[in-house]
Design a protein around this ligand. Structure first.
Ligand SMILES: Cc1cc2nc3c(=O)[nH]c(=O)nc-3n(C[C@H](O)[C@H](O)[C@H](O)COP(=O)(O)OP(=O)(O)OC[C@H]3O[C@@H](n4cnc5c(N)ncnc54)[C@H](O)[C@@H]3O)c2cc1C
Length: 388
């Protein structure tokens, strides 16, 4: 007999290995202890307890699917399941871990020299050093090829000028991976936050992803040594392959937010009485719950399929686009529908549903908007490039 939770009815759990189930349960417990009791407060304050980064590091969550340099070296499915549980707590917490591991650490791990890896990865894996990933600019989000940040040769090194915006962890980072145009094409640079000419400004007044640090990075005549460049890659292939890693985490992660909303709505509907009967006893409510559970489980099967492909080294970027497009879109629809079940109570921070829905608006936009992923899939289907 399978369980009756919204992710249990199909018994998909049986498709996971014991190790994967153990990792998922461990992260769920971590989130129950360290995130759930505080998240409403962090969200209202527009803040995140940065001690969480070190704790996530001690737990092996930072760069967990990378090998060597103190990283846990788990398979991709385990990493996905960890993202799911973290995002069941809050998308901001999952973002903190994703940006550290899949964007900043992955860029260094994949494209850095040995000395760069030794200098940064072990400290980042334990959360002692925080990383950020600067690609987006005020005038170039979906089209990063147009970026204006420029790195010019300067004596033995480089001179960087430009502005990056919407950068997660930007104003708390010790090290920024900054992508810039050079005479040879786009290259990545490691910019320690204490470098002269590098400043950051936290972006306030967000209505989404409030329990996450988002910032602008300003680079004004930043002088870097020759060895600051990530030498193993030139062109957009560099940042896009990092984004692909983070998008994979989102394919699983968004489902965590949706599951948390559904579990909340089912519990609420069971105790809330309307017209003298529990809300859960009405057909309209049950139809909503059944349809949402269907989408959640379909999304999980999709995520798991992509995870198995990734572990088999066969996952293609356009397949990740399919997963991100579907799972974030469905998670957002589920969060909004759950909010209707909670009525007025659903708009407060006492329940997680509107917080998740608001967060998922950012998740829909970052790491490639839904429209960008539709264009990727459209191009794969038709051979026509409709981006420009
Ligand atoms: C909370 C948060 C955290 C973030 N963290 C990071 C980070 O850590 N690092 C980083 O580099 N960036 C980060 N971003 C930036 C994010 O990646 C960009 O916001 C995203 O790429 C979209 O860019 P944009 O906001 O400039 O929108 P735009 O590119 O201006 O797009 C606006 C609209 O136009 C649509 N559109 C764009 N091109 C086309 C087209 N060809 N055809 C049809 N429609 C199109 C888009 O889909 C969107 O609906 C973050 C964003 C948020 C909100």
């Amino acid at each position: 007999m399978t369980g009756t939770g919204p992710l249990e009815l199909l018994g998909i759990d049986h498709l996971l290995t014991d190790d994967e189930r153990d990792i998922q349960a461990g992260v769920r417990d971590f989130v129950d202890r360290r995130v759930r009791p505080h998240i409403a407060d962090w969200y209202e304050r527009g803040d995140l307890d940065l001690a969480l980064m070190r704790e996530a590091g001690s737990f092996g969550l930072l760069g967990m699917h990378l090998t060597g340099y103190g990283c846990a070296g788990t398979n991709a499915v385990s990493y996905g399941l960890a993202c799911l549980e973290l995002e069941a707590g809050d998308s901001g917490v999952r973002s903190m871990v994703s940006v550290q591991g899949s964007l900043a650490m992955y860029a260094i791990w994949k494209f850095g020299r040995e000395d760069q890896k030794e200098a940064w990865l072990p400290r980042m894996a334990v959360g002692e050093a925080i990383g950020c990933f600067g690609l987006t600019e005020p005038d170039f989000g979906s089209n990063p090829a147009g970026m204006r940040t420029r790195a010019k040769p300067d004596g033995d090194g480089w001179l960087l000028n430009g502005t990056k915006t919407w950068i997660t962890n930007g104003s708390v980072a010790d090290i920024a991976v900054v992508w810039a145009q050079t005479d040879d094409g786009i290259k990545g640079f490691l910019v320690p936050a204490r470098t002269e000419g590098f400043t950051s400004r936290t972006i306030h007044h967000k209505l989404s992803l409030r329990a996450s640090v988002t910032a602008e990075l300003i680079l004004q005549d930043v002088r870097l040594p020759a060895d600051a460049v990530l030498g193993e890659v030139t062109g957009l292939r560099g940042p896009l392959s990092c984004l692909n890693e983070a998008r994979f985490g989102i394919v699983f992660g968004a489902l965590g937010a949706a599951r948390d909303c559904l579990e909340t709505a089912i519990a609420y509907a069971g105790t809330r009485e309307v017209f003298d009967r529990p809300l859960a006893a009405y057909q309209l409510t049950q139809a909503k719950l059944a349809d949402m559970t269907l989408e959640l489980q379909k999304g999980f099967l999709l995520a798991l399929h992509l995870g198995r492909l990734k572990d088999d080294h066969r996952l293609e970027p356009r397949q990740v686009s399919l997963g991100k497009l579907n799972n974030v879109r469905e998670a957002l629809a589920i969060a909004r529908e759950c909010r209707t079940i909670l009525g007025a109570s659903g708009i407060t921070t006492e329940y997680p549903v509107l917080r998740h829905a608001n967060n998922l608006e950012s998740v829909l936009t970052y790491e490639g908007t839904s429209e960008v992923h539709q264009l990727v899939i459209g191009q794969a289907l038709t051979g026509e490039n409709a981006f420009s």
